[in-house]
Design a protein around this ligand. Structure first.
Ligand code: PEP
Ligand code: MN
Length: 440
């Protein structure tokens, strides 16, 4: 794979104000010489899997931090996040009766769009934190100064993360029997009695498979894909390479890239960039989306109507999804376009709690997923998957769930540097509840 040169004069929203152009150019030039993190053939395989999800023959689970950080990219944290996604996927596989496409918001989720360019605390105003690949979270002028060296550290941290992801998911950690045992442990906690019935059914299915002589050894490994928001063009462009097999361009920073709600202007650089690469791509769609504009975006990103190429990740809010989503999905369906619909029940449900924490209520998250299924079922379209901000740790960032996290608990273990994540327990609960919706 040789380096590709993608440039554009189009405006790009949400880019850092790098202080020194020469230092940036040097970092970008170095990135262009680094080995790809993923390969073109892998991206093609994922596109095929996503095509199955678009017609209801697979279900997608994307999960991970809102913002990964360099210091938290430890073996334990990565392991526990993978474990959470694998546990959720096992439950969803049973509920859906379909393969689950497992994807981490991982190994590249280091850049964040912000609603304001600056942050003010106690009368001091500094540049906003834009993710570890740009600046540091600490509220000092030095930390908040954008540093192009962070692009390189982002690459290396992504490489190390992906290496561990590949090792865990190929080396026996993903063994279905082990994952199932973890889930048995989860429902043995008295707070989770509600999910015992479904867990018991899965247990019976496992014993049935064993009795039939199913080859469990073949289920020791699983595919696990990397995904992140393609936000920072100074990282994504130099990671884009020419596929030696076909001459096509692939962004080799991750298998699946998505464009966020704030950077999806049709005449701007981000959509232009992803229109040129062959990776499967996603785009966030809020309740404010204009259906006619979405059709123009589909023409730009998926002119050949290739199944699996384009995913719309809806993020409407639990109070809006039932009103806002039908006309959007209908219009896309009637145009003959093929998109995979995924529900992000996080970003439309964020609010500030009385004690001042940015949070989400577990019940709102569940209700948005419920609304997502209701709308797709009423239109005869396909609910293709979930996109969740989660961690494998026992943080207290989102309210509710069986552990009943209250506003007063949020300060106990609030560790996210950006949006609040479901903790391990809440993530599994969401998987059990979604599995029930899938099997209805
Ligand atoms: C995100 O996924 O963290 C995010 C910023 O989402 P959105 O673009 O939908 O606001
Ligand atoms: Mn977020």
């Amino acid at each position: 794979m040789s380096p590709a040169t993608i440039t554009s004069d189009l405006p790009a929203a949400q880019q850092p104000n790098w202080p020194d152009r020469a230092v940036l150019d040097d970092a970008v030039a170095q990135l262009a010489t680094y080995p790809p993190l993923v390969f073109a053939g892998e991206c093609d395989n994922l596109r095929d899997r996503m095509a199955a999800a678009s017609i209801g023959e697979a279900f997608v689970l994307q999960g991970g931090d809102c913002a990964e950080t360099f210091v938290h990219a430890t073996a334990d944290n990565i392991r526990d996040r993978i474990k959470t996604v694998l546990q959720m996927a096992a439950v969803l596989t049973y509920g859906a009766g379909m393969p689950v496409i497992k994807m981490g918001r991982m190994a590249g989720q280091f850049a964040k769009p912000r609603s304001k360019d600056t942050e003010t605390r106690d009368g001091v105003t500094l540049p906003a934190y834009r993710g570890d690949m740009v600046n540091d979270f600490a509220f000092t002028p030095e930390s908040r100064n954008p540093d192009p060296g962070r692009l390189l550290r982002g690459y290396h941290t992504s490489a190390a993360t992906l290496n561990l992801v590949r090792a865990f998911t190929q080396g026996g950690f993903a063994d279905l029997r082990g994952v199932h045992d973890w889930n048995v442990g989860f429902v043995s906690n008295s707070a989770n009695r509600r999910y015992e019935g479904l867990a018991h059914e899965i247990d019976k299915a496992m014993r049935f498979m064993a009795a039939c002589g199913v080859d469990f050894e073949a289920m020791r490994a699983t595919e696990f894909w990397s995904a992140h928001e393609a936000l920072l063009l100074d990282y994504e462009r130099p990671m884009t390479r020419v596929d030696s097999r076909t001459g096509d361009l692939y962004d080799t920073s991750g298998h699946f890239l998505w464009i966020g709600e704030r950077t999806r202007q049709i005449d701007h650089a981000h959509l232009d960039f992803v229109s040129r690469i062959r990776n499967p791509i996603g785009m966030k769609v809020s309740d404010k989306a204009d259906p006619d504009e979405l059709l123009r975006i589909i023409d730009l990103l998926d002119p050949h109507r290739e199944p699996g190429r384009l995913t719309f990740i809806t993020r409407m809010g639990s109070g809006k999804i039932r009103d806002a989503m039908p006309s959007i999905v209908e219009k896309v369906r009637d145009s003959g376009a093929i998109v995979t619909w995924i529900c992000d029940p996080m970003h439309g449900n964020t609010f500030e709690s009385a004690s001042g924490f940015k949070t989400r209520d577990f019940d709102d998250v569940v209700d948005e997923v419920r609304g997502f299924f209701e709308v797709h079922r009423s239109l005869g379209t396909v609910p293709g998957g979930l996109h969740i901000e989660l961690t494998g740790n026992d943080v207290t960032e989102c309210l509710g769930g069986a552990e009943r996290i209250l506003d007063a608990d949020l300060n106990k273990r609030y560790e996210s540097v950006c949006d609040p994540r479901l903790n391990h327990q809440q993530s599994l609960e969401l998987a059990f509840l979604t599995a029930e919706m899938l099997s209805q």
